[in-house]
Design a protein around this ligand. Structure first.
Ligand code: SF4
Length: 211
């Protein structure tokens, strides 16, 4: 197969992904912006299914962010324990709840840098929050997206920030939110960490692995 430019590769990949995964979307429950942000914080190294279930309990006990802020890290840590990393995540949730009810005036900022001032909120979570709540173009580079982008040939890096920068150079901004979700679907169903199913992969004819 002849070599192609990264932009052409990206555009072909995008077209194939849109057709293979027409329904890709965020699988975290999304009722209110602040609750989605809480789920985003809890999603680090945890499945979305587990996060959604745990949040049913969490919001039943603490319906408002002020309740989370008042409860404190220890109490919140016990409720969110099923999501793993509960000490770090409860610290982050309480900090988020305090910022939300205080400095942010009960509005989740549509601003990645502002969100990242909250302890435990990195670029990936901040991108997820602005993308899902405000439809602000942002690519969520999780473990699937990182692996897929490297295999396809969009990046040579493993550092998520560098992967994001490389991908955002060649994929159009309006595709970034969906691209993140489609990369997760591709990574889960075909481009698995071990034994990728290249022979039946929907982008097998254009994947950089074969270029
Ligand atoms: S062809 Fe193989 S390496 Fe390329 S995206 Fe598909 S599964 Fe991954």
């Amino acid at each position: 197969m002849p070599r192609v430019s990264k932009k052409k590769l990206a555009s072909d990949v995008l077209e194939a992904l849109y057709s293979a995964f027409p329904d890709s979307e965020c699988t975290l429950d999304n009722d209110t912006p602040e609750r989605l942000a809480v789920r985003g914080i809890l999603s680090a190294q945890c499945t979305d299914v587990r996060v959604n279930l745990t949040c049913i309990d969490l919001f039943e006990k603490y319906p408002d962010m002020a309740d989370i802020a008042a409860a404190g890290e220890e109490e919140i840590g016990e409720v969110i324990r099923p999501c793993g990393l509960h000490k770090m995540k409860s610290r982050s949730l309480v900090a988020f709840a305090k910022l939300y009810t205080g400095e942010w005036g009960r509005i989740v900022p549509n601003d990645v840098d502002k969100l990242m001032k909250c302890p435990g909120v990195g670029k990936k979570i901040a991108n997820l929050i602005v993308g899902e709540i405000y439809n602000t173009p942002a690519l969520v580079v999780d473990t699937h997206c990182k692996r897929v982008m490297k295999r396809i040939g969009i990046t040579v890096h493993d550092d998520p920030l560098k992967v994001e920068a490389d991908a955002c150079k060649v994929f159009p901004a309006e595709s970034w939110i969906r691209l993140g979700h489609m990369a997760v679907d591709l990574g889960r169903s075909y481009c698995t960490a071990r034994s990728p199913k290249c022979d039946i992969c929907p982008i097998k004819d254009i994947c950089g692995r074969k270029i």
